[in-house]
Design a protein around this ligand. Structure first.
Ligand SMILES: C[S@@+](CC[C@H](N)C(=O)[O-])C[C@H]1O[C@@H](n2cnc3c(N)ncnc32)[C@H](O)[C@@H]1O
Length: 371
């Protein structure tokens, strides 16, 4: 086989909609490719390690963007999609060997008592996805998010549940959550909110096509969208930057009993750190960004606790499916309407974080508008 023939197979797998991950190496250099979601849509994250320091870049899912990677002629390639595994090896004598196998082994599911957990709450091959779309990564994220939602809701959840999905985009999670919760026997009214009118139109059409009568969509900002009724559950999957803060503020304002928010990029605090005094944690751009991620979500958790929520921070899905895999799970401790703002003022946890780092979280600003 020629290298060009093998490269064509690698290219097809790397650009396929169900691409999961790829690893290539040669001598001391190793490169890992993962599908990620950025603001403009699906992208590939390429991490190159040469034993000194890793470099990370994000490229679009296009032939032109991956060509330089294939031109490197790494000696070993291992590419996984949801359907198959493609391996290419170049021997010392320059022979090109290609092998293809089935999909990567499914993760082992933990045994629970005598039962094994169902592998999926919503199988990535479920016909619902034929209607609503979504690539392999999004389907897995949605399934994992449903698991977290399922675990967060107690057995004695009210029969009628008002759920809102903030920053719903194409509403993959909205439709999936509605399907799952109604299958659980609940009377669910679910509203998806997104600033884009075209999303509202598309999603409303799909809801009608699916016969999901109690799913509706509102075009508007998370902060100001008109949502009817008392909200029990707030969902937010990858609402960009401070849109996650808007979702948390709205959930607090509504006194939602359950909040599940998987944040996306964290630009606000990173910007504030960049303007502040340089420290060993903030001097390098990459470290500052990573630290800003941790600081932002620590501040959000502290604020939620001050608002009477029990907060758990978990990784809801494997990082192979999205690097944005953190989930803030918050449960209101008292079901009664609480006074907004902790009567004792912000906790020491919160105060020391803001004063040590000289930052003002967007969520704290937003809470001022709550009556
Ligand atoms: C990265 S997408 C995620 C969409 C969806 N939750 C998902 O995971 O597939 C973020 C969505 O949030 C919407 N959005 C961002 N800021 C918003 C805001 N302030 N109010 C309403 N929607 C917003 C965008 O239009 C976009 O559709």
């Amino acid at each position: 086989m020629t290298w060009e023939e093998a490269a064509a197979e690698l290219r097809e797998a790397l650009l396929s909609s169900d691409f999961v991950r790829a690893v290539a190496n040669t001598g001391t250099q190793r490169v890992t490719v993962r599908p990620i979601e950025v603001k403009s849509g699906p992208a590939l994250q390429i991490v190159t390690e040469d034993g000194v320091r890793p470099t990370t870049k994000t490229v679009p899912v296009t032939k032109a963007a991956i060509e330089p990677l294939l031109d490197e002629r790494y000696r070993n390639w291992h590419v996984e999609t949801a359907r198959q595994t493609v391996k290419v090896q170049i021997s010392k004598k320059g022979r090109v060997l290609l092998s293809k196998g089935g999909p990567p082994a499914a993760p082992v599911t933990a045994a629970k008592g005598h039962d094994r957990e169902k592998q999926h709450l919503l199988d990535p091959g479920d016909p619902l996805f034929d209607v609503i779309g979504g690539d392999a990564r999004k389907r897995r994220q949605v399934d994992a998010f449903l698991r977290a939602l399922d675990a967060a809701l107690p057995a004695e959840v009210p029969d009628r549940l008002r759920v809102v999905d903030l920053g719903c985009g194409n509403a993959y999670l909205t439709f999936a959550a509605y399907r799952h919760l109604t299958e659980r026997g609940l009377d669910v009214h679910l509203t998806g909110v997104d600033v884009r009118e075209d999303q509202r139109e598309r999603n409303t059409r799909l809801a009608a096509e699916l016969g999901f009568e109690k799913v509706d969509f509102v075009a508007g900002t998370i902060l100001d969208a008109k949502v009817e009724g008392a909200v029990d559950v707030v969902l937010a999957l990858h609402a960009c930057d401070t849109a996650t803060d808007e979702a948390l503020a709205r959930a607090i304002e509504w006194d939602a009993r359950w909040i599940l928010a998987a944040p996306c990029c964290h630009k606000d605090i990173s910007r504030q750190l960049r303007k502040g005094t340089e420290t060993a944690l903030t001097r390098s751009g990459i470290l500052r960004e990573r630290f800003a991620d941790v600081l932002t979500d620590s501040l959000r958790s502290a604020i939620l606790r001050d608002q009477g929520y029990a907060v758990d921070v978990v990784e809801f899905v494997d990082s192979a499916h999205t690097p944005r895999n953190l989930l803030l799970k918050a449960t209101k401790l008292q079901a009664t309407k609480a006074v907004h703002g902790n009567p004792q003022g912000p906790s020491g946890d919160y105060q020391s974080l803001v004063s040590d780092w000289g930052v003002r979280p967007h969520l704290a600003e937003l809470l001022h508008r709550i009556p």
